[in-house]
Design a protein. Sequence first.
Length: 131
Amino acid sequence: AYNFVLMGLALSKAFRLPLVYDRTVAPDAQVSERGTTTGTFSSRRLEQEYRCMKESHAIVISANSEARWADYGIEREKIFCIPHIAEGKTMTDIERDRYLNEISAAYLEAYEYARRSVQQTESMSETSSGK
């Protein structure tokens, strides 16, 4: 999945677009606080994925892993959580609709944060360049 994020980061930088990283699984135990891992291929991939997360404007994650990602150095203000649902849980139509609305709201909130982040960056660069 991080291959798409690498492309997304490049496009985001080139066209000044907001990028929301969707990482709705728990952080891998191999990544350290500084984002470094051991020398295996999978650990190198984890390092790249971690870098992508740090460079994204916002990140959407599972509710259960918020504190762990923040412990890895991802800024808390750019972490947005989707609610966790127990595996195999049966929902009524109303519960399912409420759950889907909560997920949609989390993604919309993350996108709005990312959009504001891009706007702030552009404003700061215009101010520093004297435009």
